[in-house]
Ligand binder design. Structure first.
Ligand SMILES: Nc1ncnc2c1ncn2[C@@H]1O[C@H](COP(=O)(O)OP(=O)(O)OP(=O)(O)O)[C@@H](O)[C@H]1O
Ligand SMILES: [Mg+2]
Length: 255
């Protein structure tokens, strides 16, 4: 299976007082096409910083990031912006929709700004929103939509360019349990054919992480462990076992 993301010895330092501290330290990571990777870790362990580095929203202090064999760390600012908009769709916890724009306008805005013609993306945006059950809400502004509907608009925006990698930073953190799982199912469906997008998702909820193919655990800016989803075809009880393993590791991590 092809590797869509390769990260080597990635680190980010920030200034604190007289010295620097690591927000992310020596992270190595490979993610394949169609793979769903969850990241868990205590508050402040570096999860969001890692996602921001991979998606080019922040520049690393050292290390390399390669998206679909393009080395992001070698790119000029303009190239990095272009690669980022083609290769990555980002879903935020607080949706980050623009209040004065309609749902449809929010979805197409990033690609319009990247120079795409409206006629080329308009129909796909409508069909994505319609597939997500928002066909009757295209002209509504974010404040006229529920939290779950707003997050679906944000997911449609992330998916419009059909990027090979989707990133989601606690996308269900602001939603009730049922709405959160509806949103998750939508994200998860992107990992399957025909899109086969990779999904990297940060969560504090072991039940959410248990849907992933692989869970990475972060602590004090480093990846300190990982666990793989066992083959459900071999034994359906593996799902319960996987959730139990994640819960155990999560408790140790938080202790
Ligand atoms: N722009 C910044 N400038 C300085 N320090 C920062 C900056 N962004 C993050 N940090 C620090 O880096 C560390 C990691 O932050 P990060 O936001 O990645 O944590 P997190 O794991 O996403 O936490 P949470 O679960 O609360 O969202 C924290 O100590 C944070 O205060
Ligand atoms: Mg965070």
């Amino acid at each position: 299976m092809s590797t869509v993301l390769r990260v080597e010895l990635l680190a980010k330092t920030y200034k604190a007082g007289d010295g620097d501290f690591f927000a992310v330290k020596d992270v190595d990571l490979e993610v394949s096409q169609g793979e769903f990777v969850a990241i868990m870790g205590p508050s402040g362990s570096g999860k969001s910083t890692l996602l921001h580095l991979i998606s080019g929203l922040e520049l690393p202090s050292r290390g390399t990031i390669s998206l679909c064999d393009i080395n992001l760390t070698d790119c000029s600012d303009d190239e990095r912006t272009r690669v980022r908009s083609e290769k990555i769709g980002f879903v935020f916890q607080f949706f980050n929709l623009i209040p004065v724009l309609s749902a449809l306008e929010n979805v197409v805005l990033p690609l319009l700004m990247a120079g795409h013609k409206e006629s080329a993306i308009h129909n796909r945006a409508i069909s994505l929103l319609t597939d997500m059950g928002l066909g009757n809400h295209l002209q509504k502004r974010p404040k006229e939509l529920s939290g779950g509907q707003q997050q679906r608009v944000a997911i449609a925006r992330a998916m419009l360019a059909n990027p090979p990698i989707l990133m989601a930073d606690e996308p269900t953190g602001n939603l009730d349990t049922k709405t959160g799982f509806d949103v998750l199912r939508l994200l998860q469906s992107a990992c399957r054919a025909p899109q086969r997008q990779a999904l990297i998702l940060v969560t504090h909820d072991p039940r959410v992480a248990a849907l992933a193919d692989r869970v990475l655990f972060m602590r004090d800016s480093e990846i300190v462990g990982e666990t793989h989803n066992p083959d459900l075809a071999t034994n359906p009880e593996n799902a319960a076992q996987f959730l139990y393993t994640i819960q155990q590791k999560w408790e140790v991590l938080m202790s």
